[in-house]
Design a protein around this ligand. Structure first.
Ligand SMILES: NC(=O)C1=CN([C@@H]2O[C@H](COP(=O)(O)OP(=O)(O)OC[C@H]3O[C@@H](n4cnc5c(N)ncnc54)[C@H](O)[C@@H]3O)[C@@H](O)[C@H]2O)C=CC1
Ligand SMILES: O=C(O)CCC(=O)C(=O)O
Length: 416
Protein backbone atom coordinates (compact mmCIF):
# COMPACT_ATOMS: atom_id res chain seq x y z
CA UNK A 1 0.00 0.00 0.00
CA UNK A 2 1.55 3.33 -1.12
CA UNK A 3 0.71 6.20 1.24
CA UNK A 4 2.37 9.12 -0.53
CA UNK A 5 2.55 9.87 -4.22
CA UNK A 6 6.05 9.06 -5.48
CA UNK A 7 7.90 11.60 -7.62
CA UNK A 8 8.17 10.77 -11.31
CA UNK A 9 11.77 9.65 -10.86
CA UNK A 10 10.87 7.48 -7.84
CA UNK A 11 8.00 6.02 -9.83
CA UNK A 12 10.10 4.94 -12.82
CA UNK A 13 12.90 3.80 -10.50
CA UNK A 14 10.32 1.49 -8.91
CA UNK A 15 10.36 -0.55 -12.14
CA UNK A 16 14.16 -0.61 -12.04
CA UNK A 17 14.18 -1.91 -8.45
CA UNK A 18 11.65 -4.63 -9.27
CA UNK A 19 13.91 -5.77 -12.11
CA UNK A 20 16.99 -5.49 -9.87
CA UNK A 21 15.28 -7.71 -7.26
CA UNK A 22 14.28 -10.25 -9.89
CA UNK A 23 17.81 -10.27 -11.36
CA UNK A 24 19.46 -10.40 -7.92
CA UNK A 25 21.71 -7.37 -8.60
CA UNK A 26 24.25 -6.60 -5.90
CA UNK A 27 24.23 -3.29 -3.97
CA UNK A 28 26.90 -1.46 -5.95
CA UNK A 29 25.30 -2.35 -9.30
CA UNK A 30 21.95 -1.22 -7.94
CA UNK A 31 23.41 2.06 -6.69
CA UNK A 32 25.22 2.77 -9.98
CA UNK A 33 22.21 2.05 -12.16
CA UNK A 34 19.54 3.70 -10.04
CA UNK A 35 21.32 7.06 -9.91
CA UNK A 36 22.17 9.55 -12.63
CA UNK A 37 25.68 10.25 -13.96
CA UNK A 38 25.35 14.00 -14.45
CA UNK A 39 22.60 16.59 -14.03
CA UNK A 40 22.85 20.18 -15.03
CA UNK A 41 20.47 23.07 -14.55
CA UNK A 42 21.04 26.20 -16.57
CA UNK A 43 19.55 29.66 -16.47
CA UNK A 44 18.17 30.60 -19.86
CA UNK A 45 17.57 34.34 -20.21
CA UNK A 46 15.28 35.14 -23.14
CA UNK A 47 14.97 38.65 -24.57
CA UNK A 48 11.23 39.31 -25.08
CA UNK A 49 9.48 41.42 -27.72
CA UNK A 50 9.06 44.36 -25.28
CA UNK A 51 12.85 44.34 -24.74
CA UNK A 52 12.72 42.94 -21.23
CA UNK A 53 14.33 39.66 -20.16
CA UNK A 54 12.55 36.57 -19.01
CA UNK A 55 14.53 33.91 -17.14
CA UNK A 56 13.55 30.28 -17.54
CA UNK A 57 15.35 27.14 -16.39
CA UNK A 58 16.62 24.29 -18.52
CA UNK A 59 17.97 20.87 -17.63
CA UNK A 60 20.03 18.09 -19.17
CA UNK A 61 20.29 14.84 -17.27
CA UNK A 62 22.67 12.11 -18.38
CA UNK A 63 21.51 8.96 -16.69
CA UNK A 64 23.84 6.21 -17.89
CA UNK A 65 26.41 5.98 -20.68
CA UNK A 66 27.69 2.42 -20.29
CA UNK A 67 26.35 1.29 -23.68
CA UNK A 68 27.26 4.39 -25.70
CA UNK A 69 26.78 8.14 -25.99
CA UNK A 70 23.96 9.66 -23.94
CA UNK A 71 20.80 9.96 -26.04
CA UNK A 72 17.38 11.47 -25.51
CA UNK A 73 14.93 14.17 -26.44
CA UNK A 74 14.32 17.66 -25.13
CA UNK A 75 10.91 18.67 -23.82
CA UNK A 76 9.53 22.20 -23.47
CA UNK A 77 6.78 22.17 -20.85
CA UNK A 78 5.83 24.12 -17.74
CA UNK A 79 6.08 20.89 -15.66
CA UNK A 80 9.48 19.82 -17.04
CA UNK A 81 11.40 20.13 -13.77
CA UNK A 82 14.55 18.28 -12.73
CA UNK A 83 12.62 15.34 -11.28
CA UNK A 84 10.64 14.79 -14.48
CA UNK A 85 13.72 15.12 -16.69
CA UNK A 86 15.58 12.63 -14.46
CA UNK A 87 12.73 10.16 -14.79
CA UNK A 88 12.67 10.52 -18.57
CA UNK A 89 16.48 10.21 -18.78
CA UNK A 90 16.45 6.92 -16.88
CA UNK A 91 13.73 5.53 -19.16
CA UNK A 92 16.02 6.29 -22.13
CA UNK A 93 18.77 4.10 -20.62
CA UNK A 94 16.51 1.02 -20.44
CA UNK A 95 14.84 1.83 -23.78
CA UNK A 96 18.04 2.07 -25.82
CA UNK A 97 19.25 -1.17 -24.21
CA UNK A 98 15.97 -2.99 -24.86
CA UNK A 99 15.87 -2.13 -28.57
CA UNK A 100 19.62 -2.72 -28.71
CA UNK A 101 20.86 0.56 -30.13
CA UNK A 102 24.35 1.57 -28.92
CA UNK A 103 23.38 4.54 -26.77
CA UNK A 104 23.00 5.42 -23.13
CA UNK A 105 20.14 7.45 -21.71
CA UNK A 106 19.64 11.19 -21.26
CA UNK A 107 16.87 13.77 -21.43
CA UNK A 108 16.56 17.52 -21.57
CA UNK A 109 13.84 19.88 -20.54
CA UNK A 110 13.09 23.56 -20.48
CA UNK A 111 10.53 24.51 -17.88
CA UNK A 112 8.36 26.81 -19.94
CA UNK A 113 5.00 26.77 -21.70
CA UNK A 114 6.09 27.40 -25.30
CA UNK A 115 2.70 28.97 -26.04
CA UNK A 116 3.91 31.93 -23.96
CA UNK A 117 6.91 32.47 -26.27
CA UNK A 118 5.71 34.23 -29.41
CA UNK A 119 7.59 34.68 -32.67
CA UNK A 120 11.35 34.71 -32.44
CA UNK A 121 11.42 34.13 -28.65
CA UNK A 122 11.17 30.36 -29.10
CA UNK A 123 14.17 30.39 -31.43
CA UNK A 124 16.16 32.63 -29.04
CA UNK A 125 15.29 30.33 -26.11
CA UNK A 126 16.35 27.25 -28.09
CA UNK A 127 19.68 28.75 -29.16
CA UNK A 128 20.44 29.97 -25.65
CA UNK A 129 19.54 26.64 -24.01
CA UNK A 130 21.72 24.76 -26.50
CA UNK A 131 24.60 27.10 -25.92
CA UNK A 132 24.27 26.77 -22.10
CA UNK A 133 24.41 22.96 -22.23
CA UNK A 134 26.92 22.75 -25.09
CA UNK A 135 29.74 21.90 -22.62
CA UNK A 136 28.27 18.48 -21.86
CA UNK A 137 26.95 17.43 -25.28
CA UNK A 138 28.73 16.26 -28.44
CA UNK A 139 28.11 13.97 -31.41
CA UNK A 140 29.91 11.16 -29.56
CA UNK A 141 28.97 12.32 -26.06
CA UNK A 142 25.28 13.29 -25.86
CA UNK A 143 22.85 13.68 -28.76
CA UNK A 144 19.51 15.49 -28.44
CA UNK A 145 16.21 14.89 -30.28
CA UNK A 146 12.61 16.19 -30.25
CA UNK A 147 10.07 15.36 -27.54
CA UNK A 148 6.92 17.19 -26.37
CA UNK A 149 6.60 20.68 -27.84
CA UNK A 150 9.88 20.43 -29.72
CA UNK A 151 10.16 19.58 -33.41
CA UNK A 152 12.40 19.22 -36.45
CA UNK A 153 12.59 23.04 -36.52
CA UNK A 154 13.86 23.09 -32.91
CA UNK A 155 16.55 20.57 -33.89
CA UNK A 156 17.54 22.70 -36.91
CA UNK A 157 18.12 25.72 -34.63
CA UNK A 158 20.11 23.54 -32.19
CA UNK A 159 22.31 22.11 -34.95
CA UNK A 160 22.91 25.57 -36.33
CA UNK A 161 23.78 27.03 -32.91
CA UNK A 162 26.17 24.17 -32.09
CA UNK A 163 27.79 24.60 -35.51
CA UNK A 164 28.59 28.26 -34.81
CA UNK A 165 31.21 27.18 -32.26
CA UNK A 166 32.12 23.69 -33.36
CA UNK A 167 31.67 23.64 -37.14
CA UNK A 168 28.96 21.83 -39.06
CA UNK A 169 27.99 18.84 -36.91
CA UNK A 170 24.72 17.27 -38.11
CA UNK A 171 25.08 14.28 -35.74
CA UNK A 172 24.75 16.57 -32.70
CA UNK A 173 20.95 16.21 -32.90
CA UNK A 174 18.52 13.76 -34.50
CA UNK A 175 14.99 14.41 -35.66
CA UNK A 176 16.26 17.22 -37.91
CA UNK A 177 14.50 18.25 -41.11
CA UNK A 178 15.40 15.81 -43.91
CA UNK A 179 16.85 18.74 -45.90
CA UNK A 180 19.43 19.26 -43.12
CA UNK A 181 20.50 15.65 -42.73
CA UNK A 182 17.47 14.28 -40.92
CA UNK A 183 16.49 10.70 -41.65
CA UNK A 184 13.59 9.71 -43.82
CA UNK A 185 11.02 8.13 -41.52
CA UNK A 186 12.10 9.80 -38.23
CA UNK A 187 9.00 12.02 -37.97
CA UNK A 188 6.71 8.99 -38.18
CA UNK A 189 9.00 6.58 -36.33
CA UNK A 190 7.56 6.67 -32.81
CA UNK A 191 3.99 6.28 -34.08
CA UNK A 192 5.11 3.62 -36.58
CA UNK A 193 6.90 1.65 -33.86
CA UNK A 194 3.76 1.87 -31.71
CA UNK A 195 1.66 0.40 -34.53
CA UNK A 196 4.23 -2.35 -35.09
CA UNK A 197 3.73 -3.40 -31.46
CA UNK A 198 -0.06 -3.16 -31.90
CA UNK A 199 0.19 -5.50 -34.90
CA UNK A 200 2.30 -7.96 -32.91
CA UNK A 201 -0.14 -8.10 -30.00
CA UNK A 202 -3.16 -8.28 -32.33
CA UNK A 203 -1.60 -11.19 -34.23
CA UNK A 204 -0.75 -12.96 -30.95
CA UNK A 205 -4.29 -12.49 -29.62
CA UNK A 206 -5.96 -13.33 -32.95
CA UNK A 207 -7.69 -9.95 -33.20
CA UNK A 208 -9.18 -8.88 -36.52
CA UNK A 209 -7.95 -5.34 -37.26
CA UNK A 210 -11.34 -4.06 -38.46
CA UNK A 211 -12.95 -5.20 -35.19
CA UNK A 212 -10.16 -3.70 -33.07
CA UNK A 213 -11.12 -0.24 -31.83
CA UNK A 214 -8.43 2.23 -30.80
CA UNK A 215 -8.53 5.41 -28.68
CA UNK A 216 -5.49 7.71 -28.61
CA UNK A 217 -4.80 10.45 -26.05
CA UNK A 218 -2.61 13.15 -27.64
CA UNK A 219 -2.63 14.07 -31.33
CA UNK A 220 0.86 15.53 -31.67
CA UNK A 221 3.79 13.91 -33.42
CA UNK A 222 3.38 10.48 -31.82
CA UNK A 223 -0.41 10.27 -31.49
CA UNK A 224 -1.24 11.54 -34.97
CA UNK A 225 1.22 9.21 -36.71
CA UNK A 226 0.02 6.28 -34.59
CA UNK A 227 -3.57 7.10 -35.58
CA UNK A 228 -2.86 7.41 -39.30
CA UNK A 229 -0.67 4.31 -39.47
CA UNK A 230 -3.08 2.20 -37.36
CA UNK A 231 -5.94 3.25 -39.65
CA UNK A 232 -3.80 2.44 -42.70
CA UNK A 233 -3.36 -1.09 -41.29
CA UNK A 234 -7.15 -1.43 -40.99
CA UNK A 235 -7.57 -0.78 -37.23
CA UNK A 236 -10.64 1.29 -36.28
CA UNK A 237 -9.46 4.53 -34.64
CA UNK A 238 -12.57 5.81 -32.86
CA UNK A 239 -11.24 8.57 -30.58
CA UNK A 240 -8.33 11.01 -30.40
CA UNK A 241 -7.64 14.04 -28.23
CA UNK A 242 -5.33 16.94 -27.55
CA UNK A 243 -4.89 19.37 -24.68
CA UNK A 244 -8.24 21.04 -25.53
CA UNK A 245 -10.30 17.82 -25.43
CA UNK A 246 -11.22 14.82 -27.53
CA UNK A 247 -13.42 13.60 -30.37
CA UNK A 248 -15.28 10.33 -30.76
CA UNK A 249 -16.87 8.56 -33.72
CA UNK A 250 -17.84 4.97 -32.89
CA UNK A 251 -17.78 3.90 -36.55
CA UNK A 252 -14.20 5.19 -36.95
CA UNK A 253 -12.76 8.67 -37.43
CA UNK A 254 -12.12 10.19 -40.85
CA UNK A 255 -8.47 11.08 -40.14
CA UNK A 256 -8.09 13.21 -43.28
CA UNK A 257 -10.94 15.36 -41.95
CA UNK A 258 -9.26 15.45 -38.50
CA UNK A 259 -5.94 16.56 -40.03
CA UNK A 260 -7.65 19.26 -42.09
CA UNK A 261 -9.45 20.53 -38.99
CA UNK A 262 -6.21 20.53 -36.96
CA UNK A 263 -4.45 22.53 -39.70
CA UNK A 264 -7.28 25.07 -39.79
CA UNK A 265 -8.10 25.38 -36.07
CA UNK A 266 -5.12 24.03 -34.14
CA UNK A 267 -7.19 21.32 -32.42
CA UNK A 268 -8.99 18.05 -33.11
CA UNK A 269 -11.99 19.41 -31.21
CA UNK A 270 -14.86 20.38 -33.52
CA UNK A 271 -13.94 18.06 -36.41
CA UNK A 272 -17.21 17.70 -38.38
CA UNK A 273 -19.04 14.42 -37.82
CA UNK A 274 -17.54 13.75 -34.37
CA UNK A 275 -18.82 13.99 -30.78
CA UNK A 276 -16.89 15.93 -28.15
CA UNK A 277 -15.46 13.93 -25.23
CA UNK A 278 -13.06 15.14 -22.58
CA UNK A 279 -9.69 13.52 -21.93
CA UNK A 280 -10.99 11.63 -18.88
CA UNK A 281 -13.80 10.11 -20.95
CA UNK A 282 -11.38 9.13 -23.70
CA UNK A 283 -9.28 7.14 -21.25
CA UNK A 284 -12.27 5.16 -20.03
CA UNK A 285 -13.93 4.42 -23.41
CA UNK A 286 -15.01 0.86 -24.11
CA UNK A 287 -12.36 0.17 -26.77
CA UNK A 288 -9.99 -2.70 -27.51
CA UNK A 289 -6.82 -0.60 -27.35
CA UNK A 290 -5.97 2.56 -25.45
CA UNK A 291 -2.87 4.49 -26.52
CA UNK A 292 -1.81 7.27 -24.14
CA UNK A 293 0.42 9.51 -26.33
CA UNK A 294 0.57 12.76 -24.36
CA UNK A 295 1.82 13.46 -20.84
CA UNK A 296 3.04 11.21 -18.05
CA UNK A 297 0.78 9.81 -15.30
CA UNK A 298 -2.44 9.93 -17.34
CA UNK A 299 -3.51 6.62 -15.77
CA UNK A 300 -3.33 6.71 -12.00
CA UNK A 301 -4.80 4.85 -9.04
CA UNK A 302 -7.87 7.13 -9.21
CA UNK A 303 -8.87 6.15 -12.76
CA UNK A 304 -7.15 2.77 -13.37
CA UNK A 305 -10.20 0.82 -12.23
CA UNK A 306 -12.32 2.60 -14.86
CA UNK A 307 -10.11 1.68 -17.85
CA UNK A 308 -12.11 -0.61 -20.14
CA UNK A 309 -9.53 -1.26 -22.89
CA UNK A 310 -8.07 -4.78 -23.13
CA UNK A 311 -4.64 -3.47 -24.09
CA UNK A 312 -2.80 -0.28 -23.09
CA UNK A 313 0.08 0.68 -25.40
CA UNK A 314 2.30 3.27 -23.71
CA UNK A 315 3.29 5.57 -26.56
CA UNK A 316 3.85 8.39 -24.05
CA UNK A 317 6.63 8.14 -21.50
CA UNK A 318 5.49 6.98 -18.04
CA UNK A 319 1.74 7.37 -18.70
CA UNK A 320 0.83 4.74 -16.05
CA UNK A 321 1.86 5.17 -12.42
CA UNK A 322 3.18 2.09 -10.56
CA UNK A 323 0.02 1.90 -8.42
CA UNK A 324 -2.16 2.05 -11.55
CA UNK A 325 0.07 -0.55 -13.20
CA UNK A 326 -0.67 -2.96 -10.34
CA UNK A 327 -4.41 -2.29 -10.64
CA UNK A 328 -4.40 -2.90 -14.40
CA UNK A 329 -2.37 -6.11 -13.94
CA UNK A 330 -4.82 -7.35 -11.29
CA UNK A 331 -7.69 -6.61 -13.69
CA UNK A 332 -6.03 -8.62 -16.47
CA UNK A 333 -5.45 -5.58 -18.72
CA UNK A 334 -2.27 -6.00 -20.73
CA UNK A 335 0.10 -3.01 -20.61
CA UNK A 336 2.91 -2.88 -23.14
CA UNK A 337 5.51 -0.53 -21.63
CA UNK A 338 6.86 2.80 -22.87
CA UNK A 339 10.44 1.55 -23.15
CA UNK A 340 9.23 -0.89 -25.80
CA UNK A 341 6.22 0.80 -27.43
CA UNK A 342 7.71 4.25 -28.07
CA UNK A 343 11.24 3.05 -28.82
CA UNK A 344 10.74 3.50 -32.57
CA UNK A 345 11.73 7.15 -32.21
CA UNK A 346 15.14 6.56 -30.72
CA UNK A 347 15.72 3.59 -33.02
CA UNK A 348 15.35 5.78 -36.11
CA UNK A 349 17.36 8.48 -34.32
CA UNK A 350 20.14 5.90 -34.19
CA UNK A 351 19.76 5.35 -37.94
CA UNK A 352 19.89 9.12 -38.47
CA UNK A 353 23.03 9.43 -36.36
CA UNK A 354 24.79 6.66 -38.26
CA UNK A 355 23.75 8.20 -41.60
CA UNK A 356 25.19 11.54 -40.45
CA UNK A 357 28.47 10.00 -39.30
CA UNK A 358 28.80 8.10 -42.59
CA UNK A 359 27.55 11.04 -44.66
CA UNK A 360 25.20 8.65 -46.43
CA UNK A 361 21.41 8.60 -46.85
CA UNK A 362 19.12 5.60 -46.45
CA UNK A 363 15.80 5.30 -48.25
CA UNK A 364 12.59 5.39 -46.23
CA UNK A 365 12.05 1.70 -47.09
CA UNK A 366 15.45 0.80 -45.57
CA UNK A 367 14.65 2.81 -42.44
CA UNK A 368 11.24 1.20 -41.95
CA UNK A 369 12.55 -2.30 -42.59
CA UNK A 370 15.35 -1.90 -40.03
CA UNK A 371 12.92 -0.28 -37.59
CA UNK A 372 10.64 -3.31 -37.85
CA UNK A 373 13.61 -5.62 -37.23
CA UNK A 374 14.50 -3.82 -33.96
CA UNK A 375 10.89 -3.48 -32.76
CA UNK A 376 9.91 -7.09 -33.47
CA UNK A 377 13.12 -8.40 -31.91
CA UNK A 378 12.49 -6.37 -28.74
CA UNK A 379 8.81 -7.37 -28.57
CA UNK A 380 9.73 -11.05 -29.05
CA UNK A 381 12.44 -10.86 -26.38
CA UNK A 382 9.96 -9.32 -23.92
CA UNK A 383 7.27 -11.91 -24.72
CA UNK A 384 9.69 -14.80 -24.35
CA UNK A 385 11.14 -13.44 -21.09
CA UNK A 386 7.65 -12.97 -19.63
CA UNK A 387 6.59 -16.45 -20.76
CA UNK A 388 9.73 -18.06 -19.31
CA UNK A 389 9.30 -16.31 -15.96
CA UNK A 390 5.62 -17.22 -15.83
CA UNK A 391 4.27 -14.48 -13.61
CA UNK A 392 5.79 -11.18 -14.70
CA UNK A 393 4.27 -8.36 -16.74
CA UNK A 394 5.66 -7.14 -20.09
CA UNK A 395 7.03 -4.09 -18.22
CA UNK A 396 8.93 -6.25 -15.75
CA UNK A 397 10.27 -8.40 -18.58
CA UNK A 398 11.30 -5.32 -20.60
CA UNK A 399 13.07 -3.78 -17.60
CA UNK A 400 14.83 -7.05 -16.83
CA UNK A 401 16.26 -7.17 -20.35
CA UNK A 402 17.25 -3.49 -20.36
CA UNK A 403 18.79 -3.55 -16.89
CA UNK A 404 20.66 -6.80 -17.57
CA UNK A 405 22.25 -5.35 -20.74
CA UNK A 406 23.28 -2.08 -19.06
CA UNK A 407 24.65 -3.92 -16.01
CA UNK A 408 26.68 -6.17 -18.29
CA UNK A 409 28.14 -3.18 -20.22
CA UNK A 410 28.99 -1.40 -16.96
CA UNK A 411 30.78 -4.50 -15.67
CA UNK A 412 32.72 -4.98 -18.92
CA UNK A 413 33.85 -1.35 -18.79
CA UNK A 414 35.13 -1.92 -15.29
CA UNK A 415 32.67 0.36 -13.47
CA UNK A 416 31.68 -2.53 -11.21
N1 LIG B 1 8.46 12.67 -30.33
C1 LIG B 1 9.03 11.48 -30.16
O1 LIG B 1 9.71 10.96 -31.05
C2 LIG B 1 8.82 10.73 -28.90
C3 LIG B 1 7.88 11.09 -27.97
N2 LIG B 1 7.63 10.30 -26.88
C4 LIG B 1 6.61 10.65 -25.92
O2 LIG B 1 5.33 10.74 -26.55
C5 LIG B 1 4.54 11.72 -25.88
C6 LIG B 1 4.05 12.73 -26.89
O3 LIG B 1 5.17 13.35 -27.50
P1 LIG B 1 5.02 14.16 -28.89
O4 LIG B 1 3.93 13.57 -29.70
O5 LIG B 1 6.38 14.25 -29.44
O6 LIG B 1 4.58 15.59 -28.36
P2 LIG B 1 3.79 16.72 -29.15
O7 LIG B 1 4.13 17.98 -28.46
O8 LIG B 1 4.02 16.62 -30.62
O9 LIG B 1 2.25 16.36 -28.91
C7 LIG B 1 1.71 16.27 -27.64
C8 LIG B 1 0.19 16.08 -27.75
O10 LIG B 1 -0.34 15.89 -26.44
C9 LIG B 1 -1.39 16.84 -26.23
N3 LIG B 1 -1.45 17.17 -24.81
C10 LIG B 1 -0.62 17.97 -24.11
N4 LIG B 1 -1.03 18.05 -22.84
C11 LIG B 1 -2.14 17.28 -22.74
C12 LIG B 1 -3.02 16.96 -21.69
N5 LIG B 1 -2.84 17.46 -20.47
N6 LIG B 1 -4.06 16.13 -21.96
C13 LIG B 1 -4.24 15.62 -23.20
N7 LIG B 1 -3.45 15.89 -24.24
C14 LIG B 1 -2.41 16.70 -24.00
C15 LIG B 1 -1.01 18.03 -27.09
O11 LIG B 1 -2.12 18.86 -27.33
C16 LIG B 1 -0.51 17.30 -28.34
O12 LIG B 1 -1.62 16.85 -29.12
C17 LIG B 1 5.41 12.28 -24.76
O13 LIG B 1 5.16 11.56 -23.58
C18 LIG B 1 6.82 12.00 -25.26
O14 LIG B 1 7.76 11.92 -24.21
C19 LIG B 1 8.29 9.12 -26.70
C20 LIG B 1 9.24 8.71 -27.58
C21 LIG B 1 9.65 9.52 -28.70
O1 LIG C 1 14.99 10.09 -30.60
C1 LIG C 1 15.61 10.21 -29.56
O2 LIG C 1 16.82 10.26 -29.48
C2 LIG C 1 14.92 10.25 -28.21
C3 LIG C 1 13.44 10.18 -28.23
C4 LIG C 1 12.92 10.34 -26.83
O3 LIG C 1 13.15 11.35 -26.21
C5 LIG C 1 12.21 9.25 -26.20
O4 LIG C 1 12.26 8.11 -26.68
O5 LIG C 1 11.58 9.49 -25.15
Amino acid sequence: MRLTKPSAFQAVTDSFHRAADQLGLNDSTRELLSGTYREIRVQVPVRTADNSTRIVYGYRVQHNGARGPYKGGVRYHQDADLDEVRALASLMTWKTALVDVPFGGAKGGVQVDPATLPGAELERLTRRYLSQVSYVIGERRDIMAPDMNTSAQTMAWMMDEYGRKSGHTPAIVTGKPVELGGSHGRAAATGRGTVMILEQVAAHRGWDAAETTVAIQGYGNVGSWAARLAAAEGFRVVAVSDVRGGIYAPGGLDLDAVDTHVRESGSVVGTPGTDFIDNDELLTLDVTVLIPAALGEAIRSDNADQIRARLVLEAANHPVTPAADDILADRGIEVQPDILVNAGGVTVSYFEWTQNLQEFKWTEEQVNEQLRRHMVAAYTAVKERAAAAGNITPRQAAFQIGVERVASAAKLRGYL
